[in-house]
Design a protein around this ligand. Structure first.
Ligand code: HEM
Ligand code: ISQ
Length: 145
């Protein structure tokens, strides 16, 4: 079964809730990631030198970008049935930072938990969109190396 309009609407709805309280949810997102994988702290330039996770415009904009991309993947899945990466530099950044496959599961779990907090309802809509995007990123990486 393809990605439905209903699934896309669900993603857009919870994205709105997420955005309305971006400072809270972006801190929550990073906190869950670092709980799972404390070493990830040194990977992010804007976390490296701070003790713990603190709200900042940088933190918010980086976190928002990830959610925004998953939201865009939901749109792509509904309209053309696949996810095409728009930004080719994205893969280089992740390779350069040493991101490996298991990290995608950590980010996935944190993203789903954060969305659940923001919207109280969670279907597989976010999960399907995230997985399609993560697969596209990994595929592009494997194609290059
Ligand atoms: C950078 C998106 C998965 C670690 C970025 C950037 C984007 C992005 C848009 C560049 C600009 C920015 O940070 O705002 C995504 C998406 C992912 C994903 C959509 C999953 C589908 C991961 C994973 C890790 C990771 C699994 C591993 C922990 C990083 C790091 C940077 C980065 C360390 C550089 C941040 C910096 O210091 O500037 N990612 N990412 N990403 N990503 Fe990801
Ligand atoms: C992954 N890639 C880029 C930015 C991020 C911000 C928070 C958590 C994971 C991320």
């Amino acid at each position: 079964m393809g990605y439905t309009e209903k699934q896309e609407a669900l993603v857009n709805g919870s994205w709105e809730s997420f955005k309305q309280n971006l400072s809270v949810y972006s801190v929550l997102f990073y906190t869950i990631i670092l709980e799972k994988k404390p070493a990830a702290k040194d990977m992010f330039s804007f976390l490296k030198d701070s003790a713990g996770v603190h709200d900042s415009p940088k933190l918010q904009s980086h976190a928002a970008k990830v959610f925004e991309m998953v939201r865009d993947s939901a749109y792509q899945l509904r309209t053309k049935g696949e996810v095409v990466l728009g930004d080719a530099t994205l893969c280089s950044i992740h390779i350069q930072k040493g991101v490996i496959d298991p990290h995608f599961e950590v980010v996935k779990e944190a993203l789903l938990k954060t969305i659940k907090q923001a919207s109280e309802e969670l279907s597989t809509a976010w999960e399907v969109a995230y997985d399609a995007l993560a697969t596209a990123i990994k595929k592009e990486r494997n194609r290059r190396f």
